[in-house]
Design a protein. Structure first.
Length: 499
């Protein structure tokens, strides 16, 4: 596919990778991706860099404060005068960007050698490489009118200490409850009474519509129709893609990507609370869709330290600890860089390349369709303009064609390479996620993981862990059982508000 900057609406493409950065950070995996031979996992880039630079006396440290916590990170770096300093600058940016999308941040504080601190200050500026993060984080934090300061401090002691505030969610869906899940393709609504699902509906919608009244009308109509199956509504639980505050505010939900910022603040941030008022101002709890996946997964496998990855229209990620509590992080794993290849695939949501949801969502499959021997019409080929927009309908059609081809004995040997490739992505992604999350259980679900292709994918992911990361070989892989598929996530969402 020709290299097209499909994220142009969000800024300039990432600057070219320097020769120094390439020398330290481009590493061929031991388990190659069959249809993506130039895939260079970020986790291996870090590993190789640490072998070469880990003993350096120089360190960059940073802090990412947020309303209810603070993340801290550090990286050994080359001396400011070293000819390969660009390798340290490049990786430092990747590591800080990764932590921002795990935890969120209202500012960035830096301490370390002057040259690399100044480089990070420039990179995380409104005109820098990470301008998208700088402009987006105030929205994520619910302060869209505030800037994102980047400051260099004079001592490591000036950096705030790390802090997290865990969230405890309800796990009992007793009473009469409505639940909803707002995805990028449809609105799912469910009526639950005493932990039993009475009704489940799916309503297609167009998330690209810029009118918030359209979204309000669609969600409310679906919820009212579902509520007809309950004698009353005692509570509402929900999930949505994007960032939801601890107070169930839609601080930055990318299911409303085209709503103007000022209108978003007025009409969208409080949309969940307004919905609750329509049903008598009942107790309400809304969290990120990936978090619901993790909580439902824990209910299914009865074990914590669980990372849930939903491979649907995008990648939904969530995590719960050993006690089934949320970390208080945003866990927007879909925006983390997985591929260090400077020619990696771009996406229409960010100006960056190599971002996770292009490797672990349905676009991972559809961009490999023709290479995997699937006959698709021109409008569904990876290079088609329609396949490089925010709209998902074409990708859903293409994925169905991939799944059908997988069932054809003549085509299966080539088509399975699509799933082997995604399995390689998954294995290296889990290793990368494990740098910050203790993962004993991985729940993989979503339409990309269904059917025989899903098993091929999981086996390849296990091979990656066994081959490259034997210390992670204990990780157990799970797929939804029939109860989970039918009602697991619905009940987990409905149970969120405590009565």
């Amino acid at each position: 596919m020709p290299h097209v900057h499909v994220g142009a609406a969000h800024g300039s493409p990432d600057p070219p990778m320097s020769k120094a950065a390439m020398k330290y950070l481009l590493v061929r995996p031991k388990v190659p991706a069959p249809l993506d031979p130039n895939f260079c996992p970020v986790v291996l880039a870090k590993k190789n860099y640490m072998k070469k630079v880990g003993g350096s006396p120089f360190t960059l440290e940073w802090a990412l404060p947020r309303l209810d916590g603070c993340a801290r990170g550090k990286l050994p770096v080359l001396a400011d005068s070293h000819e390969d300093i660009d390798a340290s600058i490049h990786l430092a940016g990747v590591c800080i960007q990764e932590m921002i999308w795990q935890r969120s941040a209202s500012e960035l504080l830096l301490f370390g050698p002057p040259k690399i601190c100044e480089a990070m200050q420039k990179a995380f500026s409104p005109e820098g490489k990470y301008a998208f993060e700088v402009k987006t984080m105030p929205k994520v934090c619910g302060t869209p009118s505030q800037p994102f300061p980047v400051r260099i401090v004079s001592s490591a002691s000036d950096l705030p200490v790390p802090k997290d505030k865990k969230q405890v969610c309800g796990k009992d869906a007793s009473g009469c409850r409505l639940a909803f899940d707002l995805g990028k393709s449809d609105i799912k609504t469910v009526a639950v009474k005493d932990n039993e699902v009475l009704c489940s509906m799916e309503t297609e919608w167009d998330v690209t519509n810029p009118d918030p009244e359209y979204h309000w009308d669609m969600i409310l109509a679906a919820m009212k129709k579902t509520a007809e199956h309950l004698p009353q509504v005692d509570a509402i639980g929900g999930s949505a893609t994007g960032t939801v505050s601890g107070n169930s505010e839609a601080t930055w939900c990318d299911i409303f990507p085209n709503v103007p910022p000022d209108v978003y603040q007025e009409k969208v941030v409080n949309i969940f609370h307004r919905l609750a008022k329509e049903f008598g101002d009942v107790p309400l709890k809304v969290i990120n869709d990936g978090e619901v996946t993790a909580l439902a997964g824990m209910m299914m496998v009865k074990q914590g330290n669980l990372c849930g990855i939903s491979m649907g229209s995008s990648e939904g990620g969530g995590y719960c600890d050993v006690d089934g509590n949320l970390l208080g992080w945003i866990n927007e794993l879909c925006y983390i860089q997985l591929d260090m290849n400077p020619e990696a695939q771009g996406d229409p949501w960010t100006p960056h390349s190599g971002i996770s949801h292009m490797y672990l969502g349905q676009r991972a499959a559809t961009r490999l369709a023709t290479a995997g021997g699937v006959d698709v019409p021109d409008e569904l080929k990876p290079e088609s303009p329609g396949m490089n927009s925010m709209k998902h309908k074409g990708h859903a059609k293409c994925l169905k064609m991939i799944q059908a081809a997988m069932k054809d004995p003549d085509k299966e040997p080539q088509v399975r390479l699509i799933y082997e490739t995604i399995g390689v992505y998954l294995g290296y992604a889990l290793a990368q996620y494990s740098e910050h999350y203790k993962i004993d259980n991985a729940l993989v679900l979503g339409r990309v993981s269904t059917g025989s292709g899903g098993q091929v994918m999981l086996e390849k992911a296990k091979e990656v862990l066994m081959t490259e990361f034997p210390h992670l070989a204990h990780m157990k892989f799970h797929q939804p059982d029939e109860h989970f598929k039918r009602v697991g996530q619905c009940i987990a969402a409905a149970a969120l508000p405590e009565l």
